[in-house]
Design a binder for this molecule. Sequence first.
Ligand code: ZN
Ligand code: MN
Length: 484
Amino acid sequence: MSTLVPTIGLEVHCQIKTQTKMFCACPIRHGAEPNTAVCAVCLGHPGTLPVVNDEAVRLAVRAGLALSCTVHDRSIFARKHYFYPDLPKGYQISQFDQPLCTGGQIHVEHDGARHVYALERIHMEEDAGKLIHAGEHSLVDWNRGGTPLIEIVGKPDLHSAEAAAAWFKMMHQVMTHAGITVGNMEKGHFRCDANVSLAPEGGPLGVRVELKNINSFRFLAKAVRHEIARQTDVLASGERVVQSTRSWNGTDSVELRSKESAADYRYFPDPDLGPVPVSNDDRVDARAKLAAVPLDVWILDQYRDRLEVIQSKYSVNAADAMALLSVPELFSLFEAAVDAGGASASMNKWIRGPVARWRNESDGAPLKLQAEQLVALDEMVVSGALTRGLAREVLQELCAAGGDVKAIVTSRGLGRVENTEKVQQMAHEIVDNNPDAAARFRDGDARVLGFFMGQGMRAFGGRVDAGEVREALLKALSAPAKPV
Ligand code: ZN
Ligand code: MN
């Protein structure tokens, strides 16, 4: 048998950063109570009509331009029919024969060389709901149903797992840099399906297997490598690869169903939605949000130099510099905070930690935190006026609503208790009130200290330095037990 060459094509589902859903005014809210972010439109009740979210279209146009696609003057929404409980309408609104964008390309580096990979198309669609499997029962949460997505379809031009992972990673960088997605992969903002086939070199493509919903770069490489090996074995044993859809569970793939073809979905133009117009002004506006150089090229050319500059300018390590740079919004906050007098090490810690976390969890809500306020917050922690734990709480409020740090601390009574005597007195009281636990501690069970710490921190509502509480507790515990 001649050498078999693997061919991989990727399709990315990318959640775009809007406040509301694709065709109704429901908010995008991960982690909300199931079925609370739904309405008659996204549930497909009779008599309701979808209305296109303009912001989603604007972002999709920007995505197309960022990837050098042809963005069409007119595209059509189509209904893709299939039955599944996460799809209350019985069809998904997507685009079929007239997508928003066609063509396009992405520059990717792997195996020591730069490659240009062609794209097939980008279309807009809505996400489905989610099934939650609980023992014998399955529950359905439709909150995610109707979330705006773009689907980016690459041409089957990739020939190794490494190439596929590099392509997927670059696509993620371009989409996050262009401000199109928050890009939280754990939450499924950015996930891909990989079509893998094997064929003799130069011949037509082999039968393909689709690996569904992969949401990590590492998983993608692993899953593709595994699938190439599986198909190699199948073909070596003289059997044929079955066209199918498989899901990757982290170590192995499992067949979900033998593959449908487009005809099975009975696509037809959605009669409730007119064509999506894109004007030259729309393109100019979208392009204004992008750099003059294609983002992928910019990332490949500038990234490394910038990383070095940032590392030396702010004395952060390579990993931190890369993480800061990968989210432009956080990077400008970091630069502004350092400019406003913040120490780069602690600004980096706040921003990469609690601020980044807030942003990941806020589903695209605007970050209201001002650089000056972050610096002020850090100063209060350094001076001891506010404990680190409470500073994190204040920071959540600043991220969501902005405001003045000192005013928030005063109005919520969060200022630190700086009364050593009071802390020591409290420590004694706690120890006296828990004689059994105290005895266990004195008998050598050091874990009990955790229990006492919890009591101590709670007694002051967290407004006290943990180190101070610990010291006071240890002192109280080392005092002779109170006779009963
Ligand atoms: Zn809705
Ligand atoms: Mn899709």
